[in-house]
Write a protein that binds this ligand. Structure first.
Ligand SMILES: [Zn+2]
Length: 73
């Protein structure tokens, strides 16, 4: 069985300075919680995807999320 890297890298463009940088994402297939307790506490098989939603540009420090618009108005 091959080990599936839970993280992969994608290139994104900073919404502020427009420079390209690489950021990590959690594979969508791993975003499902593996099980859920009666108290609604979720368990993830690998890294918690919530930790990787925010991206910070290494050049200017501009922070955005996966849900942000790609360019500032
Ligand atoms: Zn930037």
């Amino acid at each position: 069985m091959t080990y599936l890297e839970p993280l992969y890298s994608i290139k994104v463009n900073c919404g502020n300075c427009e420079r390209e940088f690489v950021t990590s994402r959690v594979r969508p297939s791993l975003k499902r919680a593996v099980r859920r307790d009666a108290d609604f506490c979720s368990y993830y098989k690998e890294e918690n995807p919530d930790y990787y939603v925010v991206r910070v540009c290494p050049f200017c420090g501009f922070a955005s999320t996966e849900n942000s618009v790609s360019k500032l108005a």
